[in-house]
Design a protein around this ligand. Structure first.
Ligand SMILES: *[C@@H]1O[C@H](CO)[C@@H](O)[C@H](O)[C@H]1NC(C)=O
Ligand SMILES: *[C@@H]1O[C@H](CO)[C@@H](O)[C@H](O)[C@H]1NC(C)=O
Ligand SMILES: *[C@@H]1O[C@H](CO)[C@@H](O)[C@H](O)[C@H]1NC(C)=O
Ligand SMILES: *[C@@H]1O[C@H](CO)[C@@H](O)[C@H](O)[C@H]1NC(C)=O
Ligand SMILES: *[C@@H]1O[C@H](CO)[C@@H](O)[C@H](O)[C@H]1NC(C)=O
Ligand SMILES: *[C@@H]1O[C@H](CO)[C@@H](O)[C@H](O)[C@H]1NC(C)=O
Ligand SMILES: *[C@@H]1O[C@H](CO)[C@@H](O)[C@H](O)[C@H]1NC(C)=O
Ligand SMILES: [Cu+2]
Length: 629
């Protein structure tokens, strides 16, 4: 309850804080109601469609492929009429949702020409023209594609203002549709999706998303399930009309301010690889599942409905973990990826449900957005053929090595640049969210994020909202340093100063994450009531120089990956600079003294950072040992 009130009260000045708290209660209900209630989707039988295998395009030599965005129709469930979608493909005939999986080889450059063949005069889903967006002069559906997690030059990064339409209109940052991807980063599963300014939420919901896998020989040791035993799963939620069309709100939660924008889109139907609640027949053996959460806003907490099974997580966003991690419940936020091993050999002849216990919005939840239907994801049907059929491999969990890769060198943060940002939701007087902001700045405010090429930085996110935000930073990978609670109530009551001297607001010691949160990551869930601290180096992932100049071109960005937040306006530019630029951001700042702009970062009150990282690694190692036994 306090959390909801705080959303409301952030509108008023900090001095008027106390008075805001009296009498705010009557508006609580309004603050919770997110948007117009959508009519439920038609009731659809679960587990009647087989899980589709995604098509793949192998770009295994230095060559160019062409991937276009097309308007298509696709059956998303046996009993649902075909759905109109925007989808990626090399041709109209082959375009699909999700798009084809692009498979590349580590250190072999790939070239992708991105095209837009969507000739609709306007978007098929309701847009909000009152928020800042691409707004092409001659209409049409703008698109621009970002390969999420790729180490690429900013002209190939799918900058939001590099959008273009089928008719040839384009945004200010547009220079080319020919993307170049060096793939000079460790093997992992990335994904590509639309990133157009102010409409990513509708373009991705309409279907513009696909996987991008970097492979190498080291990526497939003997114990690792391969080929037909490696399965990609793209999770997304949508809501449908009876005619199969996507049901997306066309009236906003604060319509006098924003005609359509809603703070979070949640659908009541869970799709995997483009089918609602599919099933998959598996053999009683080990499988590798590579999972992407491609939802606008829904955080999944996955579990397998069988006491004998666990997920063994071996990798995350940017590649392998140092050690495998055995988990019963796996949290996957929008844009995060998990690389999993599941061993069905102990459950022959059984049916295993993949369920979801994540509340929406996450983590508090609201019954309207977490209906029973969203508790179920898909079903595995495990065959009974335990007779030593030669086609069943004999890999077992015990073959997974205790150490998956060389430990990464500890990052010395002594001379790191510290940056502190707060997450904040701007509300109307009725408590309806109007926008989500990072340190009260919008996308159009000058970049205060100006890392020097090669620099080590620590970023901390102070989440003042009731929602968890999956924060994504382009170009680089990062590691979770630690998380620490703060006393929101004390701060709200004026008992401490979170921005200028946080020590009195912070509660307890900073706690390190488990190895799967430590990383290597490119997206991290910043939980409410917590400070989340990341450590990163503005170098290529191999620790050296980038194979291109990251200081040129339209630049990079960081944002919340709840797409509705990203669109309005939880997204900020990053300008990488060549030489030391310590605290240069001060000169770019607007004059008004908003909290969080102070350079006296709360982190400076903390124990020295190298010690924290060392604890983080040590603690995580202990946690793994207990988890694996
Ligand atoms: C982009 O790729 C297309 C298709 O291969 C090619 O015709 C065109 O010359 C390329 N443009 C640039 C600027 O490289
Ligand atoms: C599908 O049904 C909805 C709700 O009745 C309607 O608004 C929409 O226009 C229909 N779409 C098509 C393609 O018929
Ligand atoms: C779990 O495994 C044990 C031993 O293999 C077996 O007896 C039991 O039936 C299994 N339970 C389930 C729920 O599959
Ligand atoms: C998991 O999903 C299945 C199928 O929908 C359902 O029968 C089962 O009760 C669910 N389990 C939990 C714990 O929600
Ligand atoms: C073994 O498995 C393969 C592939 O699933 C199948 O084609 C074959 O008939 C099986 N052989 C026996 C003896 O069960
Ligand atoms: C970290 O860097 C500082 C400053 O260069 C240096 O004094 C310190 O010894 C380094 N710490 C470690 C653990 O290498
Ligand atoms: C954020 O900015 C708005 C408008 O610019 C201002 O009214 C508000 O007080 C600011 N809030 C905080 C917490 O800085
Ligand atoms: Cu967010």
């Amino acid at each position: 309850m306090e959390l909801t009130r705080s959303r409301l009260c952030l509108l008023v000045s900090l001095l008027a804080w106390a008075s805001c708290f009296q009498g705010a209660t009557s508006e609580l209900d309004a603050a919770i109601s997110q948007c117009q209630e959508l009519a439920p989707s038609p009731p659809l039988a679960k587990f009647v469609d087989e899980l589709p295998r995604l098509k793949d395009i192998r770009v295994w030599v230095d060559q160019q492929i062409i991937v276009g965005a097309f308007k298509i129709q696709q059956k998303l469930h046996r009993d649902l009429p075909p759905t109109t979608l925007y989808a990626y493909g090399t041709t109209y005939e082959s375009a699909s949702y999700p798009g084809p999986t692009i498979e590349v080889i580590e250190n072999v450059v790939s070239h992708i020409r991105w095209e837009n063949h969507i000739t609709d005069s306007q978007h098929m889903l309701a847009l909000d023209k009152s928020i800042m967006w691409a707004n092409p002069r001659s209409g049409g559906v703008p698109t621009v594609t970002h390969v999420h997690g790729a180490e690429a030059h900013s002209t190939s990064d799918g900058h939001p203002d590099a959008w273009f339409t089928a008719a040839g209109d384009h945004g200010n940052a547009y220079t080319t549709q020919n993307g170049t991807y060096p793939n000079a980063q460790p093997p992992t599963m990335l994904w590509y999706h639309d990133h157009t300014f102010g409409i990513s939420r509708v373009n991705v919901l309409a279907g513009l998303a696909g996987l991008y896998i970097i492979r190498s020989n080291e990526d497939s040791p003997d114990w690792m399930p391969k080929e037909k035993f490696e399965i990609q799963l793209v999770l997304q939620d949508k809501q449908f009309f009876y005619n199969g069309s996507i049901n997306f709100p066309n009236v906003g939660n604060s319509p006098t301010n924003h005609a359509q924008w809603c703070p979070e889109y949640f659908g009541d139907t869970i799709l995997v690889n483009g089918k609602a609640w599919p099933y998959l027949q598996v053999k009683p053996q080990m499988y590798r599942f590579r999972v992407l959460n491609a939802a606008n806003a829904r955080v999944f907490e996955l579990s397998m409905e069988n006491a004998n099974l666990s997920f063994v997580q071996i990798g995350t966003d940017q590649g392998l973990l140092e050690k495998p991690q055995s988990l019963k419940i796996l949290t996957v936020a929008p844009a995060e990826r998990v690389d999993l091993i599941v061993d069905f050999s102990t459950v022959p002849g059984s049916e295993v449900f993949l369920n979801n216990s994540g509340q929406a919005p996450y983590p508090e939840g609201d019954a309207a957005f977490s209906p029973e239907s969203t508790r179920s994801v898909m079903k595995f049907i495990v065959s009974n053929d335990v007779n030593q059929n030669a086609s069943i491999t004999t890999q077992t969990l015990s073959m997974i090595p205790a150490v998956l890769k060389e430990p990464e060198a500890l990052i010395n943060t002594t001379n790191a640049q510290w940056r502190s940002y707060f997450m904040f939701e701007m509300d109307d007087p009725n408590g309806n969210p109007l926008s989500s902001l990072l340190s009260n700045l919008t996308w159009n405010d000058p970049a205060t994020e100006t890392p020097t090429k090669g620099a080590t930085e620590v970023w901390e996110f102070i989440n003042l909202t009731p929602d968890a935000h999956p924060m994504h930073i382009h170009l680089i990978k990062f590691h979770l340093l630690n998380q620490q609670e703060f006393n929101l109530k004390l701060w709200e009551e004026g008992g401490c100063d979170l921005f200028n001297d946080a020590s009195r607001c912070l509660v307890g010691e900073p706690t390190p994450g488990l190895l799967n949160q430590v990383g290597p990551k490119d997206t991290i869930l910043a939980m409410p009531n917590k400070v989340t601290r990341l450590v990163m180096q503005w170098t290529a992932q191999n620790g050296g120089d980038f194979p291109f100049d990251p200081t040129t071109g339209p630049g990079y960005l960081w944002h919340c990956h709840i797409l509705d937040h990203e669109d309005n306006d939880m997204m900020r530019p990053i300008k990488i600079t060549r030489q030391a630029h310590l605290f240069a951001s001060l000169s770019n700042l607007p004059a008004s003294p908003a909290p969080g702009r102070s350079r006296a970062s709360p982190i400076q009150q903390l124990p020295s950072p190298p010690a924290i990282l060392a604890i983080a690694i040590a603690h995580a190692t202990v946690a793994i040992f207990t988890a694996m036994t």
